[in-house]
Design a binder for this molecule. Structure first.
Ligand code: CP
Ligand code: NVA
Length: 330
C-alpha cells in the first residue's frame, strides 16, 4: 500500500510526505473500523516478532493488539529472554526470524542496530524506538494533532526541552515532512544535531514548513501544540539527572508556559511522564532534587488542554497502519 509494501519502517526521513500522510489517513480509517466493531483481519495467517531490548507499555501493547486485530500471531522477545546480542548477532537473528515471521519490530539502542536488522532481514522491519528515532510515535502525534485541529500544514508546533534524542529528532523530521511550523525551545546545546536541522530545513522549504530554534520561552506565544518528553531517556545514566534538571527546569511545561502559549494550545507528550511523585523513579528524583514534577506539572498534565491519552490510543491505530501498509499487497 502507498508504495510501502515489503518496505522497512526505520525513520521518517526514508518516506515521502505523501506516504506519511497516507499512513495517517489509513490509521484514521482503521480507527473508525475498530470503533464501529468492523472486523479487519486483513493479514490473517501471518506472524510477527517483537524484539524489545528496552522496556515499553504503549509500543508493545499497540503492536500486539494491532497485530491481533489484523489476524496475525505475535511472539514477544523481552530484553533477556532470547539469544539476541549475547549469543547471536543481529545479522544472524534477522536471518533466522525472517525465515519464520512476516515482519519484525525492534526497540533498542543505536539506529545502526535496527538498520543492520533490516539489512539482513527478508521481511519488513519496524523501528519501535531507538536512541535516534521513534517514527511510529510521530504518526500517532500527527493523527492526534489532525483530529484536534483538522489539518497539519501550518500548525505552530512547539517542542520544549531536550531535543537531542529520539523525540526531538523525530518531531523535527515529522514536522518538516508534513509542513508544520516547528519551534524548538531549549537551552543552548540541547537542539538536534546541526546536520539534521539543516536537512530538515531543506525538506521544510519544499513542504511549506519551518524550523525555529530558540532559548526564549516567550517565543511559545501563539503555539497550537506544546510538546515535551522526559528529561532522561531509557538507556541513559541516572548520573545525568542533576545536570538535566539544572539546564531544563526553565523549560518545564507549567501553567505559566501554557498561558504564554495561549488559550487554544494543547499539551502533548509521548509518555511515560514524570508529572508527579507517584512512580518509583519520579519519587526518588523529586525527593532528591526537591521538586514535585519534572518536564510537566501535574496541573498541565491533568488539564483539559492535555491530549496525552488520545495520543497513547493513536499509537495502536497508527502502528496497525504501518503493519498493514508494509505487509499487504495492493
Ligand atoms: N511512547 C512510548 O513509546 O511509550 P512506551 O515506552 O510505553 O512504549
Ligand atoms: N525519549 C524517551 C522516549 C520514550 C517514549 C526515551 O527514549 O526514553
Amino acid at each position: 500500500m502507498n508504495g510501502l509494501y515489503g518496505k522497512d519502517f526505520l525513520k521518517l526521513l526514508d518516506l515521502t510526505p505523501e506516504q506519511i500522510v497516507g499512513l495517517v489517513d489509513l490509521a484514521a480509517d482503521l480507527k473508525v473500523r475498530k470503533k464501529a466493531g468492523i472486523p479487519h483481519s486483513l493479514l490473517s495467517g501471518k506472524n510477527i516478532a517483537l524484539i524489545f531490548e528496552k522496556t515499553s507499555t504503549r509500543t508493545r501493547c499497540s503492536f500486539e493488539v494491532a497485530a491481533r486485530d489484523l489476524g496475525m500471531g505475535v511472539t514477544y522477545l523481552d530484553p533477556s529472554g532470547s539469544q539476541i546480542g549475547k549469543k547471536e548477532t543481529i545479522a544472524d537473528t534477522a536471518r533466522v526470524l525472517s525465515r519464520i515471521y512476516d515482519g519484525i519490530e525492534y526497540r533498542g539502542f543505536g539506529q545502526s542496530i535496527v538498520q543492520t536488522l533490516a539489512d539482513y532481514s527478508s521481511v519488513p522491519v519496524w523501528n519501535g524506538l531507538t536512541d535516534e528515532f521513534h517514527p511510529t510515535q510521530i504518526l500517532a502525534d500527527m493523527l492526534t494533532v489532525r483530529e484536534h485541529f483538522g489539518y497539519l500544514k501550518g500548525i505552530k508546533f512547539v517542542y520544549m526541552g531536550d531535543a537531542r534524542f529520539n523525540m526531538g529528532n523525530s518531531l523535527t523530521v515529522g514536522c518538516a515532512k508534513l509542513g508544520l511550523d516547528l519551534t524548538i525551545c531549549a537551552p543552548q546545546g540541547y537542539f538536534p544535531a546541526p546536520e539534521l536541522v539543516e536537512q530538515c530545513r531543506e525538506i521544510a522549504a519544499e513542504t511549506g514548513g519551518s524550523i525555529t530554534l530558540t532559548s526564549d520561552t516567550a517565543d511559545v506565544a501563539g503555539a497550537q501544540v506544546i510538546y515535551t518528553d522526559i528529561w532522561v531517556s531509557m538507556g541513559e545514566s541516572a548520573d545525568v539527572w542533576q545536570q538535566r534538571i539544572e539546564a531544563l527546569a526553565p523549560y518545564q511545561v507549567n501553567a505559566e508556559l501554557m498561558k504564554t502559549a495561549g488559550e487554544h494550545a494543547i499539551f502533548m507528550h509521548c509518555l511515560p511522564s514524570y508529572h508527579n511523585r507517584d512512580t518509583e523513579i519520579g519519587a526518588e528524583m523529586c525527593a532528591k532534587f526537591n521538586r514535585d514534577a519534572m518536564e510537566v506539572t501535574d496541573e498541565v498534565f491533568e488539564s483539559p488542554a492535555s491530549v496525552v491519552f488520545d495520543e497513547a490510543e493513536n499509537r495502536m491505530h497508527t502502528i496497525k497502519a504501518v503493519m498493514l501498509a508494509t505487509l499487504m499487497k495492493d
